[in-house]
Write a protein that binds this ligand. Structure first.
Ligand code: ATP
Ligand code: MG
Length: 463
C-alpha cells in the first residue's frame, strides 16, 4: 500500500522554515523541519518523504553535497533545491546531484507551496498507476475498501485447496472475474476452468452435461460423454447462475459431500479433484423459501459466501475503472484519448450503474467510439447517465423536499453528511459508503463546510 505523502523542509532560517511548514501543514501534509544537513539525514533515515525542500547553504555543510545520500534513502522523494542566490552553476550542480528542480526563495512561500501540491498530485497519480498495475495482473481492478475486502477473502479461499465458493452480487459486478482470480491463484498452471451456465442447461441433459454418461445410458446416448466435472480435472467448475439450476440439485449436493461422482449409466466413482465455484445474482435464501432451491444444497454452497458489492458502492473505483476502460478502448480502436475532464468524471461518479462494471465498460467503449477528437465530453455519454436524479434506482429513504429560502444545496449536503455520520457512529469510511462517495471526498466536504470532525471510532478490522 502507498505511504502518506509527507514533506521535509531543510533550512537554517528557522522563521522561513516554520512558515513553509505551516502552509504545508494546512494542506493536510505532515511536515518535518530540519535545520542542518545532519538533522536532514537523521530524519531521512526514519521516515519516507514525498518531497524534500533543501536549502543550499546550511551551517554544517553545502546542501547540494548531501543530495545523493538523501535520495538513496528516499527513492520516491522529489528533491527541490531552495536558494536565495539564483545562479545557473548551482542549479546545474544540484540537478546533476539528483535534484528534481530548483526554486528561488522569495518573501512569499506561495510558489513553494504550489510546487509541493503539484508534486503531491503527481505522487497520487503514480500511486494509483502502481495500484492499478498490481490489481490488473489479478484482473480484478479496485482500490476501494469494499473491493480490497473481496480480494482478501478470495485469496483466503484460494489458499484452501477444495473449499466450495459461492459468489453473489448483482449482474455485471465481476463474479466471473472473481472466479478466474481464485482459479489462477490456486489451481496448477494450465488446469481447465469449465464454465457451466445453469440457465442454459437443458432439463433432460443437465446431469449428463455435468457428470457425463456412458454409451447407452439413456435412449439416444450413442457414445460415452465426459461431463463438466470430469473435464475440469484438477481445475475449477464454475456453476454460473446456480439459482436457475432446476434438475440435478440433489445429485450436485451428493457430489459435493462425497467429493466423487459417477457418469450416468456407470457404477465407477470418479474422485472430484476440481474446486466448485457457484455464482448467482439472485437471493438464494428467497429461492429456498419459495421452494425453488434445496435448502441443504444452499447450506452446502454457502460454506464460504463472498458478496461482490455493486459498483455504485465502490466510490472512486468508478473513475479508476473508467480510466482503465478508456485506455483499453483507445488502444483497441487506435484512438488516443485524454484523461476524463472533471465534469465528465463528476457525472460518471454520480450514476447508479444498475448493470455495474459491464455497463460502465460499455458506456466508455461507446464514448471512445463517438468522440471525433481526443477529448471525451459529456455529449458522448448516454442520456440515462446524464439525466438528473440518475441515482434514482437506489431505494430512497425519505423524499427530498426543498424549502424555498430555507434550504440551500450546502444545507442539504451538510444535513446529509451529519445524518450519515450519526448512522455510521462517526466511522467516516462507513459514512462515506452510505453517501456513495469516497472517504477522501467526505473529508474534503467536511473541511469545506467547516464541519467539526468527531473523533473517529474505528471498526475493529478492515478500516
Ligand atoms: N473489477 C473489475 N476490473 C476489471 N474489469 C471488470 C471488473 N469487474 C468486472 N469487470 C468486467 O466487467 C464485465 C462483467 O464482469 P463479469 O462477467 O465477471 O460479471 P458477472 O458478475 O459475472 O455478471 P453476470 O451476473 O451478469 O454474469 C466483464 O467484461 C469483466 O471483465
Ligand atoms: Mg457472469
Amino acid at each position: 500500500m502507498s505511504q502518506p505523502f509527507c514533506a521535509l523542509v531543510v533550512d537554517d532560517e528557522d522563521l522561513y522554515a516554520q512558515a513553509i511548514g505551516r502552509e504545508i501543514g494546512r494542506q493536510g501534509i505532515s511536515c518535518d523541519l530540519a535545520y542542518t544537513c545532519r538533522e536532514a539525514l537523521e530524519f531521512a533515515a526514519r521516515r519516507q518523504y514525498g518531497v524534500i525542500l533543501l536549502d543550499h547553504r546550511l551551517p554544517d555543510d553545502d546542501g547540494i553535497r548531501i543530495i545523493p545520500q538523501l535520495l538513496t534513502q528516499q527513492p520516491d522523494a522529489a528533491l527541490v533545491m531552495m536558494t536565495a542566490y539564483q545562479t545557473i552553476p548551482n542549479a546545474v550542480r544540484a540537478i546533476r546531484h539528483g535534484a528534481e528542480d530548483y526554486i528561488v526563495k522569495e518573501a512569499s512561500v506561495a510558489p513553494i507551496l504550489e510546487r509541493v501540491l503539484e508534486l503531491r498530485r503527481r505522487a497520487q497519480l503514480r500511486d494509483e498507476a502502481r495500484g492499478a498495475a498490481e490489481a490488473k495482473c489479478q484482473g480484478l481492478l479496485g482500490r476501494s475498501s469494499a473491493m480490497r475486502l473481496v480480494v482478501d477473502e478470495l485469496s483466503k479461499v484460494a489458499a484452501s485447496k477444495d473449499t466450495t465458493l459461492l459468489l453473489t452480487g448483482e449482474t455485471g459486478v465481476g463474479k466471473e472475474v472473481a472466479c478466474r482470480l481464485v482459479h489462477s491463484l490456486s489451481r496448477p498452471a494450465g488446469s481447465p476452468l469449465v464454465v457451466v451456465d445453469c440457465l442454459a442447461l437443458p432439463e433432460n441433459l443437465a446431469e449428463s452435461l455435468l457428470f457425463g454418461h456412458e454409451r447407452g445410458a439413456f435412449t439416444g446416448a450413442q457414445d460415452s460423454h465426459t461431463g463438466a466435472f470430469e473435464e475440469a480435472r484438477d481445475g475449477t467448475v464454475f456453476l454460473d447462475e446456480i439459482g436457475d439450476m432446476e434438475r440435478g440439485q440433489g445429485k450436485l449436493l451428493r457430489v459435493l459431500e462425497s467429493r466423487s461422482f459417477r457418469r450416468l449409466g456407470s457404477n465407477r466413482d470418479i474422485p472430484l479433484r476440481a474446486r466448485v465455484v457457484a455464482a448467482t445474482n439472485q437471493d438464494l435464501s428467497a429461492l429456498v423459501e419459495a421452494g425453488r432451491f434445496r435448502q441443504d444444497l444452499f447450506q452446502r454452497l454457502a460454506v464460504f459466501p463472498i458478496h461482490i458489492p455493486p459498483l455504485r458502492e465502490r466510490g472512486d473505483d468508478i473513475l479508476l475503472l473508467a480510466e482503465h476502460f478508456r485506455t483499453l478502448y483507445s488502444e483497441r480502436l487506435s484512438k488516443p484519448t485524454e484523461p476524463f475532464a472533471a465534469e465528465v468524471s463528476a457525472v460518471l461518479l454520480g450514476y447508479a450503474y444498475p448493470g455495474n462494471v459491464r455497463e460502465l465498460k460499455n458506456i466508455i467503449e461507446r464514448a471512445v467510439i463517438l468522440t471525433e477528437s481526443s477529448r471525451i465530453e459529456l455529449r458522448h455519454l448516454p442520456q440515462r447517465v446524464l439525466s438528473l436524479g440518475n441515482r434514482g434506482s437506489l431505494p430512497p429513504t425519505r423524499p427530498l423536499e426543498v424549502v424555498p429560502g430555507v434550504d440551500s444545496l450546502v444545507d442539504v449536503e451538510v444535513r446529509m453528511i451529519r445524518q450519515a455520520m450519526t448512522r455510521a457512529h462517526n466511522v467516516r469510511t462507513e459514512a462515506a459508503r452510505l453517501l456513495g462517495i469516497s472517504r477522501y471526498q467526505l473529508l474534503r466536504r467536511m473541511q469545506k463546510f467547516g464541519m467539526k470532525m468527531e473523533t473517529e471510532k474505528r471498526p475493529d478490522k478492515h478500516s
